[in-house]
Design a binder for this molecule. Structure first.
Ligand code: NAP
Length: 382
């Protein structure tokens, strides 16, 4: 997440709000309150849009609740278009080998809005661009989009009942939940201030950006993600400090051993991040670490800080309605299917995946969920 001031991103989100709000009005126009939707998709990341593209092409007239543009969602990292909208370059989404997608982009994002989005280095597509392109592709096939959160569901009755933030109730014969997950941050004000300018929660997304090349970097965490991110970052960094609050990793042995054997990784045990230091112009310059054993602190020079302290799935509104794991991810009840504990409700993407967590795997399960929903409805002659 680098390459542009956070303010520009906020501006782009809120500049977009007018457009999103207009789409909402259009989408809902003429819809009778008695209409029962064939399929409602909740979410707006790669899983949701891929599900919508497949469902729309199968003539299921999908209705997508893409999330609300609220200050609460901004702070939580759950604004429409998901985690990819919070990053810049995407170089590992198959089919986008280079930038310069001008004519595609013209079809999806007004030029004025594009000027406010984070610039990229043309080695792929940017996260926000990819999401806008997917959204446009879904809408081209007739997907209707509502810019609102679903805050309550009733899956005990059929048709299912979904209540939006603004109180509107929608009934649906099938539902695809693709609300994703949000990266955990520590909640430090300095961490928030330097997001997009050196603070990231996704090394795979951002590690190759110029500001991290041949520079010392810091990874916070001690699980598989932290070890994997630290190892990945050694491709670019001059040195990677892996800072963990204990003196023992949580990561699996094999991954820990790989990191221990990597000469570019230096472990900083029994420390936590207390402050990110930098300048308005240059972004992150160093970090202040506090010992978890005593009152001592130390400062390390670094141009990047990567948080790898776990993710939280966006499933708060599903409590008591769907079977969730201990970590609150949706449980897939059948191998290689997107079925959940409630027949007719399907899940896709990071909301049911604490392991792969990639845009392309999310898109794949989105496609699967739409096919599963279509077949489930067909078997019931809907
Ligand atoms: P995780 O296993 O939950 O580890 C989170 C790490 O962050 C822990 O070391 C934890 O410290 C630390 N942490 C949590 N809150 C913190 C805080 N407030 N301050 C400082 N440190 C904090 O999460 P994960 O590493 O993202 O892994 C999630 C799952 O994905 C796991 O099942 C993992 O095996 C899997 N995964 C697998 C691979 C792979 O096999 N290639 C790669 C990535 C993830 P403590 O240890 O002290 O609790």
């Amino acid at each position: 997440m680098d390459g542009g001031p956070w303010g520009a991103i906020i501006f782009s989100i809120f500049a977009d709000h007018t457009r999103l709000a207009r789409v909402r009005t259009d989408s809902m126009k003429g819809r009778s309150p008695l209409t029962v939707e064939k399929v409602v998709i909740i979410g707006s990341g790669p899983a949701a849009w891929s599900a919508a593209i497949y469902a729309a092409r199968a003539e299921m007239q999908p209705l997508v609740f893409e999330g609300a543009v609220t200050e609460e969602n901004r702070i939580a990292g759950t604004l429409p278009l998901g985690q990819l909208n919070l990053t810049t370059e995407v170089e590992n989404y198959a089919g986008f080998p280079a930038g310069n997608l001008e004519s595609y982009l013209d079809s999806a994002i007004p030029r004025e809005t594009r000027q406010t989005m984070a610039p990229h280095t043309k080695h792929g597509v940017s996260g926000p661009e990819l999401m806008e392109l997917m959204r446009r592709q879904a809408m081209n096939f007739g997907t209707r989009v509502v810019t609102d959160d679903i805050v309550k569901v009733d899956f005990q009755r059929h048709p299912f009942r979904l209540t939006a933030l603004e109180g509107e109730v929608t009934e649906a014969l099938s539902v695809i939940v693709a609300t994703g997950a949000r990266a955990n941050y520590l909640g430090l004000p300095s961490e928030e201030a330097y997001k997009n300018r050196g603070v990231s929660a996704c090394a795979v997304c951002d590690g190759a950006l110029p500001r991290f090349r041949n520079q010392p970097l810091v990874v916070i965490g001690g699980g598989d993600s932290a070890v994997e991110e630290a190892t990945f970052l050694t491709k670019f960094a001059s040195r990677v400090y892996l800072v963990h609050r204990r003196d023992q990793l949580r990561a699996s042995k094999i991954m820990a051993q790989r990191a221990e054997a990597n000469k570019k990784i230096e472990f900083v045990w029994n420390h936590g991040l207390s402050e990110v230091l930098g300048t308005e112009k240059e972004g992150v310059k160093s970090v202040l670490l506090k010992s978890t054993k005593d009152d001592s602190s130390k400062k390390l020079d670094a141009t990047g800080v990567f948080l790898a302290i776990g993710h939280t799935p966006n499933t708060g509104f599903l409590e008591g309605q769907l079977k969730l794991t201990e970590k609150k991810y949706i449980v897939f009840t059948t191998p290689f299917r997107t079925f959940t504990s409630v027949p007719g409700v399907f899940a896709a993407g990071d909301v049911a995946d604490d392991y792969y967590k990639q845009a392309i795997t999310s898109a794949g399960t989105g496609c699967m969920a739409a096919l599963d929903a279509e077949r489930w409805l067909a078997a019931r002659e809907h």
